[in-house]
Design a protein around this ligand. Structure first.
Ligand code: PA5
Length: 453
């Protein structure tokens, strides 16, 4: 984590953090870290997900038991029950996995919407008889996921029959609570558990994210080993050697001391672009809150924005370099991509084409990244670079764990509860009411009164 370009010495005292700011951040980091580590055993169980070896073994045993039985795996989930699945597949699978799945490996689809165009088209293209559906919902009642489940379950029954359809469904939900757990009990579906103390957006290293990943051949043990390695590192009280503490301090300091409410994560890695998407939820939903810890109204929260390098250089970077001074930037970077891709030499008399010959796309991509970094820095826009040597299961495990702990520490700095989501729940309740769910009649009446019936 290189934060040189977020310092006052580089981007000016108006926009960057000073030595004094960093000293204050280091002093605040100790208690913040102690507070979350103290809650680890009883409440913040997501912190120990890398060590749930019995669960990991049971996932691998299930995957072995269904190997080569399905051409497709379809995740039915939304929010924290889908974004991590997509992030892991984009990072660790081929971008063309679904065109050419490795032998014996299914294609993966993550359906995180109920747009009828999306689901309707999907129904026309998927053969349920050759498909495994992984239904994921921590609460077990989310309308989007439940409706998808009902639709695909019926398709399965129509295609393969009442008895056989059960083999095509695997559910990940709470151990005891929720409608989905009740359905699992009645139908006898194979199931996995989202443990207590693991909220949706902190669940990627639970069966929520691990099962679909293991099904498509991702090395989940290595992913978890990476997370555990990062856990060892970010437990440490030495601020200078704790990237989660530094990252949280940068977010809080640049937002609150330098008026940068917008946090842009720009991925200079196609593989990591959906990790930026996953992080946008983690940051936005965890820190965006009406109430502070003391119950007073605070209305805090950074606005996460995700961008893709180099694509968004030709879309967003004009704004980033010359627009309002209300943003800070995290560039995700990969030191050694898997592919080089040489650029052929041609048209020696045309300099506009000739200068590229003999270079590689890696060189060009990294020059573009460095160019954006230079432009941002010269325009006094604070930016940091979060770099991994290579994108592997181990480094992605490190990255995700780092960001989870960073956001947990931000919760301490912003003095809010980073682990609830009353705003999301309010939307869910309104949807239940509008769809006529029993028990929500009063809410429906309120909504109808407000909208004039
Ligand atoms: O982070 C969260 O808690 C939310 O984004 C949930 O993941 C999302 O609302 C889906 O909820 P559930 O998994 O209960 O269906």
């Amino acid at each position: 984590l290189d934060y040189t370009n977020a310092l006052a010495d580089v981007v000016g005292a108006e926009h960057g953090l000073t030595e004094a700011d960093l000293a204050a951040a280091a002093a605040a980091a100790g208690p913040a870290l102690a507070a979350i580590q103290a809650r680890r055993a009883n409440e913040l169980r997501w912190m120990d997900l890398p060590y749930e070896t019995a669960v990991h073994d049971s996932i691998e045993a299930y995957v072995a038991s269904v190997r080569e039985q399905f051409e497709n795996v379809v995740v039915l989930g939304i929010g924290g029950s889908a974004l991590g699945n997509t992030a892991l597949q984009t990072a660790l699978g081929s971008p063309y996995h679904n065109l050419h799945p490795p032998a014996g490996t299914p294609r993966l689809f993550v359906l995180d919407n109920v747009d009828p165009e999306l689901i309707g088209e999907f129904l026309e293209h998927i053969d349920p008889a050759r498909t495994l559906f992984n239904v994921i919902s921590k609460s077990g009642g989310t309308a989007e996921t439940m409706s998808q489940f009902l639709i695909f379950r019926q398709r399965l029954i129509d295609a393969v029959g009442e008895q056989e359809h059960r083999r095509h469904i695997v559910v990940t939900t709470d151990a005891e609570h929720g409608v989905l757990r009740e359905i699992v009990k009645r139908e006898g579906y194979q199931s996995f558990v989202v443990p207590d103390g693991v909220g949706g957006r902190f669940s990627v290293l639970s069966p929520v994210g691990l099962l679909s990943s293991a099904l498509v051949g991702i090395d989940i043990k290595s992913l978890l080993a990476g997370a555990a390695a990062m856990d060892e590192r970010v437990k440490g009280a030495d601020f200078a050697d704790n990237p989660a503490a530094i990252h949280a301090a940068l977010q809080f300091g640049l937002h609150n001391l330098r008026a940068k409410p917008i946090a842009v994560t720009m991925s200079y890695s196609h593989r990591l672009k959906d990790c930026a998407d996953w992080y946008a939820q983690l940051l936005g939903e965890s820190i965006g809150k009406r109430l502070g810890r003391d119950g007073s109204e605070v209305f805090v929260g950074p606005t996460p924005v995700r961008a893709v390098g180099v694509t968004d250089q030709h879309s967003q970077v004009q704004l980033y370099v010359e627009g309002p001074f209300d943003k800070w930037f995290t560039l995700l970077s990969v030191a050694a991509p898997d592919h080089e891709v040489p650029i052929p030499t041609a048209f020696p008399d045309l300099e506009g084409a000739a200068y590229l010959g003999g270079h590689t796309l890696r060189e060009l991509f990294q020059a573009e990244r460095d160019g954006t970094r230079i432009a941002l820095t010269e325009a006094r826009r604070p930016n940091v670079t979060l770099e991994v040597d290579k994108v592997s299961a181990h480094t992605v495990g490190q990255l995700m764990y780092l960001l989870e702990v960073s956001v947990a520490m931000m919760g301490e700095h912003y003095r809010i509860d980073a682990f609830d989501q009353p705003g999301v729940e309010a939307g869910k309740v309104a949807a239940y009411a509008l769809m006529g769910r029993a028990g929500y009649e009063q809410r429906r009446a309120q909504i109808e009164a407000r909208s004039g019936g």
